[in-house]
Design a protein. Sequence first.
Length: 159
Amino acid sequence: MTVVNLIFIFGAKYLSLLVILFAFFWFLNQPRVRKKESLILICICLPLIFVAAVVASHIYYNPRPFVAQQVKSLIAHKPDNGFPSHHVLLVSSLSAIIFIFSKRLGFFLWALTLLVGFSRVYVGVHHVSDIVGSILISVSIVSLTYFLYPKRGKPYAEK
């Protein structure tokens, strides 16, 4: 197995955990008011994103590349519906929420999110459409929630 393959296997399987850790430590270092604001947004968005993903997976079935094109994937996975990518769905949701509060960390997390998505495609467990669909679902829900949820006091974003 090549070094490149090992890097993308790591990206496909474990890089999402790094995004979760960054989000967790970011949350712990926020002032009380920002913790409350971000927690409210997280508690509204994540369930909505999950429901939207379940609905989308019933509307659109996309067999995984190793099933559809009979290619060998670099990691083991069940031959179920690949749409949307749950790994990318979670990390793009966290990236979108944190981007509202911290542009710098948000951009960094989005870069990691794209790397997770690319890795999932590279190892053969998702199509590009699965990744794009996951990002669209999470960004749409987070954006709608952000614009529709009444903000109390100061705006979310850092100055």
